[in-house]
Design a protein around this ligand. Sequence first.
Ligand SMILES: [Zn+2]
Length: 258
Amino acid sequence: MDKSKFHLVTYNWLFLLFVFLFLHFWQHISVWYIVGLVTAWLLMLAAGSLFFRWNFYLDAIHHGSRRVKQVALTFDDGPSVQTEALLKILKQENVPAAFFLKGENSTMYRKIVRKAFDENHLLGNHSFSHNVKFTFQNRKSVREDLLKTSHLIEKITGKQPLFFRPPFGVTNPEIAKAANDLNLTVVGWSLRSFDTRYNNAGRLLKRLQQKTRSGDIVLLHDYPEVTLKILPQYIEWLKQNDFQIVSLEQLINKKAYA
Ligand SMILES: [Zn+2]
């Protein structure tokens, strides 16, 4: 595995700590320099966890080529009672999408998962329970959670998913190691719709229209009503503005299944 930014930062930090300790004991610089250095390192680790796009702990893919007018639509946190309605729109518009599924939900909506797969949408792993606990688990527990979800998807579709999107976009060394153990391609996003926060359809649509760029991986969610509401208009707008909606596999040039 290539050394991540986390490793590089930590090695440099250890070197600085060594220098500061030396200066403290031999030149009697204030202990507060060391306290400041430790604080800065801890803040850096926390920020690296929260700012997914820094790729601090792992190398995730956040967009495709910026030179080709293509985008991929992704829906997180499904399946849900609404997935079927989303599938209907995607079918009418004849566009592919990727669904990052929660394992727990997938056990309840097996038929919908199968339907999405049969209609040529990609299925990715978005963890089993998608709770805060996931982000504090050790490598083994993260691996077990991810395997549980991948096995379930494989049982329903016959295909083992390789795309993984971490819940909340939070990463850490344990998640990085587990994803690497399982050879998963970690997929982020470059355009966040905020469809779980905005319930005003006009505002959401406007935001998407203003922000969409070539190569974008668009993050939408499976369950908000507002997402269902704006989806046909957003797709129409993309088509009218010559954006080709392609599968995530095509956009990032990676295999979605083992
Ligand atoms: Zn999620």
